[in-house]
Design a protein around this ligand. Structure first.
Ligand code: NAD
Length: 329
């Protein structure tokens, strides 16, 4: 029997990506929703044929504990709400997928991991790219050193952000700016492209619109040093569209772009074009998680993976603040 998933927060990503993807999954299905908007509750009930009893609001949320139709709670709220709603779902005895960034601090990430351990439930982060054959291939290149030792990595992610009133521009809800939202893809990629954890970072921040980006970062450039001697240079920006992943190695190179959006992913190496299946990322990601839960095996994107990114993000902000290279322990 497929696992039942309840989406929490019926905004853009739930409505236009996750709910459609859940129509394509094999091992899980949409069985519930959590929303503060009664009109959305009525709409989802009808559209996805959800029983009324499986639709909750933020006051009734904890009662999910008593609902056997819901095995997994998927937290798709503004970043600063991830920790609270993840922990409450774990305490309700449910497995959790939490969107990226896992939370807005390392401390919160650790609390979430601890809550999952205590509840003996699985916690995964919505790093959908880890379920795509293209990004998995790059992870394999790192493991098997297909092109020899990895020397220089370049990763960048950005888009031009619109509406100045959205939560993404408010520190209290977003935790940070482009870095937390999309720079995290470039950062996560630099970690799996090298297969290593960085030892130090130097970062700089740039703002073209200090009014719009009064509370959060618009553009950040950063450099990472890895234990093998590999280096990565990366960009996160809300100023313009950019999606790039490049690695040059002892015996060749590979690059992807576009590579962080919903696809198709373009991928080539010094040996030529790479043609791997273009999947619906979110369907692959949720099925991967469902299989981890069903077989009681660790998720490929556990809470620990989210924490590792937050650790580097905190070091990036510290480097900006101090103007110095920051060591990552
Ligand atoms: P959104 O603004 O479209 O949706 C957020 C939802 O949260 C809305 O339904 C809103 O009503 C609800 N909400 C509840 N309390 C709120 C509050 N106090 N303030 C504001 N909204 C509140 O945002 P989104 O684009 O769907 O992003 C939600 C999460 O999903 C974010 O963490 C984001 O990083 C993540 N996301 C991930 C991907 C991905 O590719 N993995 C893509 C988009 C978004």
């Amino acid at each position: 029997k497929p696992l039942g998933i309840a989406l929490v927060g019926l905004g853009y990503y739930s409505t236009h990506q996750l709910a459609p993807a859940l129509q394509k999954t094999k091992f899980c299905k949409l069985t519930g929703a959590v929303t503060g908007t009664p009109a959305k509750a009525a709409e989802w009930e009808k559209k996805f044929n959800l029983p009324k009893k499986n639709i909750y609001d933020y006051k009734t949320y904890d009662r999910i504990a008593d609902n056997p139709d819901i095995d997994v709670v998927y937290v798709v709220l503004p970043n600063a709400m991830h920790a609270e709603y993840t922990i409450r779902a774990l305490e309700a005895g449910k497995h959790v997928i939490c969107e990226k960034p896992m939370a807005v601090s390392v401390k919160e990430c650790q609390q979430m991991i601890d809550a999952a351990k205590k509840a003996n439930k699985q916690l995964a982060i919505g790093y959908r790219l880890h379920s795509t054959p293209q990004h998995q291939e790059v992870m394999r290149f790192a493991r098997e050193k297909t092109f020899g030792a990895i020397k220089v990595v370049e990763t960048s992610d950005g888009f031009r952000i619109g509406d100045p009133s959205q939560w993404r521009l408010k520190k209290s809800l977003a935790g940070g700016g482009s870095m937390m939202d999309i720079g995290i893809y470039a950062l996560n990629a630099s970690r799996y492209v090298t297969g290593e954890e960085p030892v130090s970072v130097f970062a700089q921040e740039f703002k073209t619109d200090p009014v719009k980006f009064k509370e959060v970062d618009e553009t950040i450039l950063w450099q990472l040093k890895f234990p093998s001697g590999a280096v990565a240079t990366s960009t996160s920006t809300y100023a313009a569209g950019v999606e790039r992943l490049y690695a040059t190695c002892e015996n060749g190179w590979y690059e992807m772009g576009p590579c962080y959006g919903y696809g198709p992913i373009k991928f080539r190496t010094s040996k030529g074009e790479v043609n791997l299946p273009q999947l619906t990322h979110q369907a692959a990601q949720m099925d991967d998680f469902a299989q981890s839960v069903m077989s009681n095996k660790p998720s490929i994107v556990p809470g620990e993976e989210g924490l590792k990114d937050l650790k580097v993000i905190e070091a990036i902000y510290k480097s900006i603040e101090t103007g110095k290279v920051v060591t990552i322990s």
